[in-house]
Design a protein around this ligand. Structure first.
Ligand SMILES: [Zn+2]
Length: 297
């Protein structure tokens, strides 16, 4: 199939002129490698004009959007594609309010759909980061860590963040996740999800990392007020200021979704030309997300 490449908005709007153009694209992603009936697993089907397929054996008809995160998008697939394009190719995306204004949907509609896109942006956890990895924690919506940062104040969103560095000390990939507190039991979650056992991890001298060093290769060095973790701290600064300036406030429940979005773009900055196709394929292959699982914010 001819996948959409690049970040050019004019080329994008040329390619996707109608909802039908988008449906056609979805059906290619969904069935490009062959059809499987969802009811009886039969492989033969009739292609229909609206890009749905009807099984030759049981006559079940499946639309291009069924079972994807585009299912029941009421404001039109074209707008949904544009929002996906905006969120994946721009550096900082937009708030739901701005997105609503730009595409003529309500803020609530924009927010709900954007959460679905963020869900599709979440890590598959299939490619843990290895090599040189720096890890540190931070609090969102509160003071920098330091005097009170590692307190157990429950109002602050505590986060652990890991970056993989290139030989030149630049950020190659990153992950961030909310944790309940800065204990070893909480900190190890990012290791289990995202860090390869062979990675050479550096942390500051926080005692919470000591128990984890039994399972992972961790070197603890003085933080020197972040001076020893420059690239990591730059990313922490960026993620915090992005959330503060674009969204001003996010709920505990949804904060990981914003982290997913931020890290998804960072981790694909080398493959930006195919990033739109990547997010559409993820939207098609994600399990259905029910509205009640998404609390607005
Ligand atoms: Zn069938």
């Amino acid at each position: 199939m001819d996948i959409f490449k690049g970040q050019n908005l004019l080329e994008f709007s040329e390619r996707f002129k109608t909802n039908e153009d988008c449906k056609s694209y979805l059906s290619e992603i969904k069935w490009g490698n062959g059809f499987h009936c969802r009811k009886c697993l039969h492989r033969g089907s009739q292609k229909r004009k609206d890009f749905s397929r009807t099984c030759n054996l049981c006559s079940d008809t499946e639309s291009a959007t069924a079972g994807t995160l585009f299912h029941k998008v009421k404001f039109g697939l074209r707008k949904a594609f544009f929002i996906c394009f905006e969120m994946s190719t721009s550096t900082k995306s937009l708030s739901a309010t701005q997105m609503g204004v730009r595409y003529g949907v309500t803020e609530k509609t924009a927010r709900l759909f954007m959460h679905k896109v963020r869900e599709a942006m979440s890590s598959t956890e299939n490619n843990p980061i290895d090599g040189q990895v720096d890890i540190d924690e931070f609090v969102l919506g509160g003071r920098e860590k330091g005097k009170v940062g590692r307190s157990y104040d429950s109002r602050k969103k505590k986060t652990v963040c890991a970056v993989q560095l290139t030989d030149l000390g630049k950020v190659k990939r990153m992950y961030a996740m909310r944790i309940d507190n800065f204990s070893a039991q909480s900190l190890i979650k990012i290791f289990d999800k995202h860090i390869d056992k062979k990675a050479k991890v550096r942390t500051d001298e926080w005692k919470g990392y000591r128990p984890i060093s039994k399972q992972y290769n961790i070197t603890q060095v003085p933080s020197d007020r972040g001076g020893n973790f420059k690239a990591l701290h730059t990313m922490i600064h960026q993620i915090k200021s992005w959330i503060r300036t674009t969204y001003s406030w996010v709920s505990n429940f949804n904060v990981d979704r914003y982290y997913n979005e931020f890290c998804y773009r960072i981790n694909r900055s080398q493959t930006k030309s195919s990033i739109f196709n990547n997010i559409i394929a993820r939207m098609v292959n994600s399990d259905k997300i029910y509205q009640q699982n998404i609390i607005c914010n």
